[in-house]
Design a protein around this ligand. Sequence first.
Ligand code: FES
Length: 105
Amino acid sequence: MISITVIDRDDQPHVLETPTDMGLNLMEVCKSYELPVKGTCGGMALCASCHVYVLSQHELPEATDDEIAMLDQAFFVKTNSRLGCQIKIHDALDGLEVKLAPEAE
Ligand code: FES
């Protein structure tokens, strides 16, 4: 199990405990804790409803072309923007801290 801190859109931190051996991604973990992450496309990098800002210094895999293309069309994108559904949960992400991006209107 690892712990991930997710700061919601009201600046409230939530510490999520998640297993690393179930092939989950960050969007799925947020949904399982009932955080307001829609995950509309089911994790296909096609909706940006799982957009987060990565606040900690964890090394994440490079974004794929699909993720970059989706973030290109998303709102409120910053240099630390990532799609939660493209962040696979694994041991090295223990202590990861992210903030939910604002919802697109
Ligand atoms: Fe749609 Fe992540 S859930 S892009």
